[in-house]
Ligand binder design. Sequence first.
Ligand SMILES: Cc1cc2nc3c(=O)[nH]c(=O)nc-3n(C[C@H](O)[C@H](O)[C@H](O)COP(=O)(O)OP(=O)(O)OC[C@H]3O[C@@H](n4cnc5c(N)ncnc54)[C@H](O)[C@@H]3O)c2cc1C
Ligand code: SF4
Length: 728
Amino acid sequence: MEHIDVLVAGSGFGGSVAAYRLAEAGFGVVVMERGRAWKPGSFPRSPAQMSRAFWDPAEGLHGLFDVWSFGDCDSVVSSGLGGGSLIYANVLLRKEEKWFVRESPLPGGGYEHWPVTRDMLDPHYDAVERMLGATPYPLDQDAYRDTAKTRAMQDAAAELGLDWQLPPLAVSFAPKAGARPGIGLPIVDPDYGSLHGVPRRTCRLCGECDIGCNDGAKNSLDHTYLAAARHHGADLRTLHEVRTITPRPGGGYEVGYVRHDPLTEPETISCDRLVLAAGTYGTTYLLLRNRAALPGLSETLGTRFSGNGDIISFLLRAQDRPIAASRGPVITSSIRLPDGAYIQEGGFPSFVDWIAEASDVGEEFRRAVWFVWERLRGLITRDHNLSAELSRLMGAGELSDRSLPILGMGRDVPDGVLRLRGDRLVLDWNAETSREYYAELRAIIRRIGDVLGAEYSDAPLRRVLTAHPLGGAPMGRHPGEGVCDSRGEVFGFPGLYVADGAAMPGPVGPNPSLTIAAVADRMADRITRGKNARMAHETIRTALSFTEEMGGSLNGGDRVTFQLTITTDDIDRFLAEPEHLARAEGWIDAAICGGRRPIERGWFNLFAPGESPDHREMRYRLHFRDGENQPRTLVGLKHVRHGPPTRLWLDTSTLHTTLLEGHLDEGDEGRILATGTLRILPSDLGRMLTTFRTSGPGGAAALARFGAFFLGELWDVYGPGQERPQGS
Ligand SMILES: Cc1cc2nc3c(=O)[nH]c(=O)nc-3n(C[C@H](O)[C@H](O)[C@H](O)COP(=O)(O)OP(=O)(O)OC[C@H]3O[C@@H](n4cnc5c(N)ncnc54)[C@H](O)[C@@H]3O)c2cc1C
Ligand code: SF4
């Protein structure tokens, strides 16, 4: 059977970021994407092509749009190399700090809790924005200045005192970063090359972003992350659909998959790590379908579904001005409301103008759009043929020039539940608990319409239509709260990760793809951290280790001991880096933890900088599972502070300890289960000194450097003056 380091299932925002980061770090990566690759120029446009542009392999359709229709909610996602980026509207907005809510109660019980903060994600937001070439619509430049729909939104917001902005868009308006924008100019390929090998041109303002950019002006994931992943050796396999997941004895996973077009018999591949990035519906479905093979998956699987507060409305026949919604990228501007909601102008391809005009003869514009939507839904159930409908609907007139789709999104209530009925994914959710939110958002959109002298219209049915489905495998602090931890690792299944919209524990608020990508980038950090340590070990080979034992009590009585082997794979790097980070392996023994438990992962910092120049910290962070297989973290801290040398022994031998629920990283908060103090006895210290080992070249010198560093740090803290002893 084929075996690889990492298998990534799905190539949307989560999957592409993971594939690139892990391939770049040297892992052998295979990406399996069920859809096909879409190069510029290949996206469907004619009615005949559009009628086959859907994903339904059972019906022989392997197209771009995957339309879901649940009881009270319709939804559209994408199928293809690059996932949602192929049909999205390019908006990259960060989630606001205050909406990373903590235990925020939900109407029907339970709460929404984000185990990450804006601070934690900011460096990852930066990285994703850089890679996707995020830049605002260049409204200040001559060729773009007269974009009517953007100006209409700007003026309406100014009149209503609303906060308007040009959000970052992942679109190439200029041939390369820093160059002057221009329409239809050749784009310079990035250093990592082009995935499709066809030329790309800068944005020509055609409004077709949501049906695939035939110019290659969108910086979609195939042109960016996936091209870079392939450059670093990732193997991108299209028309490969992951179906089954089975843990392997001794670690890793066996994954069953099929190939489409034509459909093959199921095949199997094994991997050390499996990253699920099949999107909210795809990943939740995979986990639900494979639940029996993954015993102990969190009970929260399927929960926390939300539509990110999506609504779509229409402003019709603006009296004051033409709007020309089909000129410009689909979204160019955004209004931010104080309660975490956003309003953005939409756009549509110019052929939708024809439909709108034809339907204006005795019909409402909204009816036309919903008519088309119903036809698309009908197509999935095979009762209609879009080609004939489109040809019949073509016409000419004025309505489309003065009308504007308006998109609203924000913080609805994430109380939807995805589950299986037979083999089918079903959703229990309706807009009832979010009624107030929708009403307020609609009221503001109406006011924008009033300013533009336009009629307001929205969905004739009381259904939610979302392009931003989220949740189903939410992250949390422990299995009672989520399926995976804040870095995407599934509780109870080391090496199995969720890296897509399914991991969101609630609505993102603004358009979610940037947050999904940033969370995946943070997940990749955890995986590459281990890899970097291994690579250092393999190449430099001057390692040092020692073993220590400590004992004490938790909660004032429960006896606890641990034995840890502290290893640094590269002594020079360990000494040079300010955090002085090493690996901790071994066991912890305590009744409250179910007896002696192996450490799954551990970190140790020796003399990390403290609050002042004469303060150091010795930090321990140990991940393990208790007797009931629940993830636990033991955090320990020794304060080494300036004072009389007589305090030296007390400070360096006293470990203040906290036992926490979940596997928590630095900066994560968790429920405290116990606190206590552990000490090292003088006799244990003597034993520890006999355990120092080195491997690799220059072992004796490495030991001497370590000793000098140790004494030097103590001297800095407790010594009477600033000078270090010789040799340190
Ligand atoms: C019309 C439209 C406009 C949008 N505009 C914006 C916007 O402007 N800004 C924004 O932030 N967001 C926007 N979105 C939302 C955005 O596209 C999604 O939030 C985002 O793509 C979700 O990323 P993901 O990684 O969770 O999954 P996806 O991007 O959906 O990727 C999942 C991938 O997994 C594949 N897959 C599924 N099952 C399997 C399987 N079993 N095996 C292998 N592969 C599988 C799918 O084919 C797909 O390619 C828009 C969405 C739509 C539909
Ligand atoms: S407006 Fe047209 S050219 Fe510009 S990004 Fe969208 S689809 Fe591409």
